[in-house]
Design a protein around this ligand. Structure first.
Ligand code: EPU
Length: 417
């Protein structure tokens, strides 16, 4: 078991480049199942979840080749198998996004139903309802979703909740369906627009991505493509907070500042100096952070994937902050660990009241999920003394070589076995 050891209170300084977005890379790699031709994808981050999706695509018969430097070549010419086994799906829920492409390409898919998750129930009922509207016959058997359709037919789908992977799943099914599909109350996250860009380059007809109504006209086949994944806005946000929490001065490069707008606005409100450029963000921490209230919501609102990290910062802010989580029902798992570091946090329902304390102290810590582990790491950077974070495999799902990147900025951080 690997652990990350951090000695806190080093001010971070220097510049750091953001990697490709995990939540764009996963669906985009999945979309390569939609063509018999080769796809070449650049800026894929080196993450555990990327290795999981590669293994899954290989199970279906695709050839997935890591060409190095973040470039993958995926050859879907011999895709023939349609079953995503429990062993892989249980390690990564995003695996359920293969449902749409497999149905569109092979006319059938058998995908293990993802179970509960550390951050909430996370059902996939809206994915299934959408596929049914496109004409798929769906049954649940022995823990698996079995979906079949000769050829999907376009339809009108209203999502009760804007679901990110649900929107992507249906979009990937609809591009090869017969006729027109309208997705209403669709999610608007930038990763959806990145997937739509890739699909359009493959020959798909999609309009409106990035807004809440997406229209798709099905085509009979898609072709190979070369595509570069957008930068990861959650990694960007995590580095912004790393700079702020240590009172450091950091330039983040290779990012899209617009994608972090809600976070930047919130941090400015708390007194932080942030200067976005075209593809850079400069943060000057002065160590003086005021408490602010935060409420998560779908994009362009404040991202639930940044809720745990901003909580770590607000633990040492001046005054009281109220953080309300509206997207997932159980996303405060980091709170009990932060309390062990001296944080004053009280939870009532979906809100956490954070009273700023003078400082945190290092402690042995347990990561529970990806973003919760990022928040512990950030708190440890600010804490006095040593913190040892265990179960770091959670952090490796979504952050590429985090300890290398942070130590280049001057953090005292190392990984041990
Ligand atoms: N929901 C339903 N039924 C569905 C689908 C979703 O009730 O069929 C509910 C969920 O339970 C949740 C809400 O709708 O309460 C929104 O969930 P959504 O479907 O948008 O989440 P997701 O697609 O499963 C993606 C990201 C998450 C991120 C959320 C919200 C990927 C692979 N995952 O999940 O990322 O938190 O959107 O932005 O894109 C992470 O990277 O750490 C992560 C968890």
């Amino acid at each position: 078991m690997e652990k990350i050891i951090i000695k806190g209170r080093e001010r971070l300084h220097g510049s750091i480049a953001v990697s490709g977005a995990k939540n764009a890379a996963l669906p985009i790699m999945t979309a390569s199942l939609l063509t018999r031709e080769k796809t070449l994808i650049h800026n894929i981050p080196d993450l555990r979840d990327v290795r999981t999706i590669s293994d899954l695509l290989r199970i279906f018969g695709a050839r997935v080749e890591d060409r190095g430097n973040g470039t993958f070549e995926i050859d879907g010419s011999s895709v023939h198998h349609h079953e995503a086994p429990y062993e892989l799906v249980k390690t990564m829920r995003a695996s359920c996004m293969v449902l749409g492409p497999l149905l569109a390409r092979l006319g059938r898919a058998k995908v293990s139903l993802p179970g509960g998750c550390a951050i909430g129930e996370r059902p996939i009922n809206l994915h299934l309802k959408g596929l049914e509207t496109l004409g798929a016959k769906i049954k649940l058997e022995h823990g698996y979703v079995i979906a079949e359709a000769d050829r999907l037919k376009g339809g009108r789908i209203y999502f009760d909740i804007p679901t990110v992977t649900g929107t992507m799943n249906i979009m990937m099914a609809a591009v090869l369906a017969e006729g027109d599909t309208l997705l209403e109350n669709a999610a608007k996250e930038p990763e959806i627009a990145d997937l739509a860009d890739m699909l359009r380059k493959m020959g798909a007809k999609i309009e409106g991505d990035g807004a809440d109504t997406i229209s798709i006209t099905g085509v009979t086949s898609l072709h190979g493509v070369e595509h570069t994944i957008i930068p990861d806005r959650i990694e960007t946000g995590t580095f912004i907070i790393a700079a702020a929490i240590t009172g450091g001065e950091v330039k983040i490069t290779n990012c899209i500042p617009d994608h972090s707008e809600s976070l930047i606005m919130k941090l400015r409100e708390s007194g932080l100096e942030i200067k976005p450029g075209k593809t850079t963000i400069l943060i000057k921490g002065n160590g003086k952070i005021e408490g602010v209230d935060v409420e998560t919501s779908p994009y362009p609102g404040f991202p639930t994937d940044m809720q745990a990290q901003i909580m770590s910062l607000l633990c040492i802010a001046k005054g009281t902050s109220i953080i309300t989580e509206t997207v997932f029902e159980n996303r405060f798992m980091h709170v009990s660990e932060l309390r062990r570091m001296g944080a004053d946090i009280r939870i009532r329902g979906q809100s956490a009241t954070v009273r700023g304390v003078g400082g945190l102290s290092g402690a042995p810590l347990m990561a529970t999920d990806l973003r919760a582990s990022a928040s512990l790491l950030l708190a440890a950077l600010a804490a006095e003394g040593e913190s040892v974070i265990s179960r770091v495999y959670h952090i490796d799902r979504g952050y590429e070589r985090i300890e290398e990147k942070l130590s280049k900025l001057g953090a005292n951080i190392r990984r041990v076995r």
